[in-house]
Design a binder for this molecule. Structure first.
Ligand code: B12
Ligand code: SF4
Ligand code: SF4
Length: 408
C-alpha cells in the first residue's frame, strides 16, 4: 500500500466489502462515506463556466490546475474510484449563532473555525481509514484529500450520493443538513456494478431562503456563488481592500460566513459533532465581543490561534476584518466614542490597508445599511429587490435543538 495511486492492479470493491469500509469509517467518526467512479464530466462545464466568469476572484489556485481538478486521473494517474466522506463539525453547545450575529457588538466567526483546523484531523482520519482498507486489499493504493489539492469535492460528494447540491451550492444531506466537511480517498479500487451510486435530486423546491438572506447577494444563480461578493471569501481569502459597497453589508462577520446555512431548513436535522477539537468551549470565540478581540496584539493573535485556521489569514487581515465590523456596530453616542478611541489606538501601527479600514469604520459608525445606497455591481439573476435584503436579521434560523444546559 502506498499513499499515491500509480499502478493498476484490478481490485474490485463489492458491496459487501464496501459495507465493511462503511463500518470502519463510522468507527473513525465519519458521519458518512460513499463511493463513485471518476467520471466528473457532468460537472466539468459548470466549473469552467464559473472560472470564466471570474467568480473565483483572486483565488488563483482555483484556475491554476486546469482539468486536473475535474479529471481525477489527470491529477493522480491510476485513480479508478473515489471514496467520499463527511465529518460533522457543528458544536451544538456553542453560543447560539443567531444570537451572536444579531448583536452587532459581538464577533461572528463561522462555526467551522471556532476551534482547531479541520484539515489535520480529516487527513489523520483518512489515513487511518486507508490503513485499514490496505490491510484487507493487497495492492491498495490511494491518495487522501481534504480541501488541499485541485479536487472538485462537492461534485464528487454529489456523484457519490452524500447529499444534494443546494441553491447555496453546499452539499446537503436530506437527513443531516450541511454542517460537515468533505474529504476523499482517490483509490485504485474498481467499483462493482451494484455499488453504482444514486445521486440525490436537489431538495430545495421553491425555497429561496439562502439567496434572499445572503447579506451580500453572493448567490447569483441556483448553486452558483460569486466569491467576490461572498463574505467567506472577503474575510478569509481576499487580501486587499474590501469593496466599499460590501463593507456595511458584512455586519459583524469577521471570519467566514454561515448565513446561507443558518437559514436552510434542512439544517434542523444537524447532528452534534463527535469531535472535541471542534468544540468552542476552550477559547469561547463563539461569545467574543469585537472590542475584546480588537485589543489583541500580534503575539496574542498568534498564541490564541495556534492550531486554528484563523491564524493563516495573519494579523493585518484579522485587524482589517475587525475594523469593518467595529464600524458596523449600532452604538449609542457614548459607546461610539469608546469604539473610536479603540480604533484610533491602532492607527499607523499595522499597515496602510488596516489604516484605511479604520478610517472607514470611524466614518461609518452609527450609520445603518438602510441609510446608505448599496449599489449592486452584478446583475441579479434572481432579480431580488435590494430593499428585501435583511443583512442583520433572518426571519427564521433553522438550527439544531440546543442541549438543555444552554441558555436560550
Ligand atoms: C473555493 C471554495 C470556496 C470559495 C467559493 C465557494 C463556491 N461556492 O465555489 C469561498 C471562499 C467563497 C468558499 C466559501 C465557503 N466554503 Co468553501 N470551498 C472552496 C473549495 C476550495 C472549492 C470549491 C469549488 O470548487 N468551487 C467552484 C465551483 C464551480 O464548484 P462547486 O461550487 O463545487 O460547484 C460544482 C458542483 O456543485 C456543480 N453544480 C452546481 N450546481 C449544480 C446543480 C446540479 C443539478 C448539478 C448536477 C451540478 C451542480 O457544478 C459545479 C462545477 O463542477 C472547496 C474544497 C474543494 N477543493 O472542493 C471548499 C468547500 C466547498 N467549502 C466548504 C465550506 C464549509 C465553505 C463555507 C461554509 C465556509 C464558511 N463558513 O465561511 C463557505 C460557504 C459559501 C458557499 N455558499 O459556497 C466545504 C463545503 C462542505 C459542504 N457541506 O458542501 C468545502 C467542500 C471544503 C471541505 N473540504 O469541506 N469556499
Ligand atoms: S457564505 Fe455568506 S456571503 Fe457567502 S454565499 Fe453564504 S450567505 Fe452569502
Ligand atoms: S435555504 Fe432553501 S434554497 Fe437554500 S439550500 Fe437550503 S433548501 Fe435550498
Amino acid at each position: 500500500m502506498t499513499d499515491t495511486v500509480s499502478a493498476q492492479p484490478t481490485l474490485v470493491l463489492s458491496s459487501e466489502q464496501f459495507a465493511q469500509i462503511k463500518g470502519w469509517a463510522a468507527q473513525l467518526g465519519f458521519a458518512d462515506i460513499s463511493v463513485c467512479d471518476i467520471d466528473l464530466s457532468d460537472y466539468e462545464k459548470g466549473y469552467f463556466d464559473w472560472l470564466a466568469q471570474d467568480y473565483h476572484g483572486d483565488m488563483e489556485y482555483m484556475s491554476r490546475h486546469g482539468i486536473k481538478r475535474s479529471r481525477p486521473e489527470e491529477l493522480e494517474p491510476g485513480t479508478l474510484s473515489i471514496l467520499s466522506v463527511r465529518l460533522n463539525y457543528f458544536d451544538c453547545s456553542a453560543e447560539h449563532a443567531a444570537r451572536q450575529i444579531q448583536q452587532t457588538d459581538k464577533a461572528y466567526i463561522s462555526r467551522y473555525a471556532l476551534q482547531k483546523d479541520y484539515h489535520k484531523l480529516m487527513r489523520k482520519r483518512l489515513q487511518q481509514l486507508a490503513d485499514k482498507i490496505g490491510q484487507h486489499f493487497n495492492g491498495f493504493q490511494y491518495r487522501a484529500f481534504c480541501d488541499s489539492a485541485p479536487v472538485l469535492e462537492r461534485s464528487i460528494a454529489h456523484k457519490a450520493g452524500l447529499g444534494f447540491i443546494g441553491k447555496n451550492s453546499l452539499i446537503i444531506h436530506p437527513r443531516a443538513g450541511s454542517w460537515f466537511f468533505l474529504g476523499e480517498l482517490y483509490t485504485n479500487l474498481t467499483i462493482s456494478t451494484d455499488l453504482s451510486e444514486k445521486t440525490h435530486p436537489q431538495g430545495c423546491g421553491p425555497c429561496n431562503a439562502c439567496i434572499v438572506e445572503c447579506p451580500t447577494q453572493a448567490i447569483i444563480d441556483n448553486g452558483i456563488v460569486d466569491s467576490r461578493r461572498c463574505i467567506s471569501y472577503l474575510t478569509i481569502e481576499y487580501k486587499g481592500a474590501i469593496p466599499l459597497e460590501l463593507r456595511a453589508l458584512m455586519g459583524n462577520r469577521i471570519y467566514g460566513c454561515d448565513d446561507c446555512q443558518l437559514v436552510c431548513p434542512w439544517n434542523k436535522f444537524t447532528a452534534d459533532t463527535n469531535e472535541d477539537v471542534f468544540r468552542a468551549q476552550q477559547n469561547r470565540l463563539d461569545k467574543a465581543t469585537l472590542l475584546e478581540l480588537w485589543q489583541w496584539d500580534e503575539n496574542q493573535f498568534l498564541q490564541n490561534f495556534a492550531g486554528s485556521p484563523i491564524r493563516r489569514i495573519g494579523y493585518p487581515q484579522w485587524c482589517r476584518n475587525l475594523a469593518v465590523a467595529l464600524g458596523n456596530i449600532k452604538a449609542s453616542n457614548h459607546e461610539k466614542s469608546a469604539i473610536i478611541q479603540a480604533l484610533i489606538s491602532k492607527k499607523t501601527i499595522i499597515n496602510d490597508l488596516v489604516d484605511e479600514h479604520i478610517d472607514w469604520a470611524i466614518s461609518h459608525l452609527g450609520k445603518t445599511p438602510e441609510s446608505e445606497n448599496h449599489a449592486l455591481p452584478h446583475k441579479q439573476i434572481f432579480a431580488i429587490d435590494p430593499k428585501n435584503i435583511r443583512p442583520f436579521k433572518a426571519k427564521k434560523y433553522y438550527l439544531p435543538k440546543m442541549p438543555d444546559n444552554i441558555d436560550k
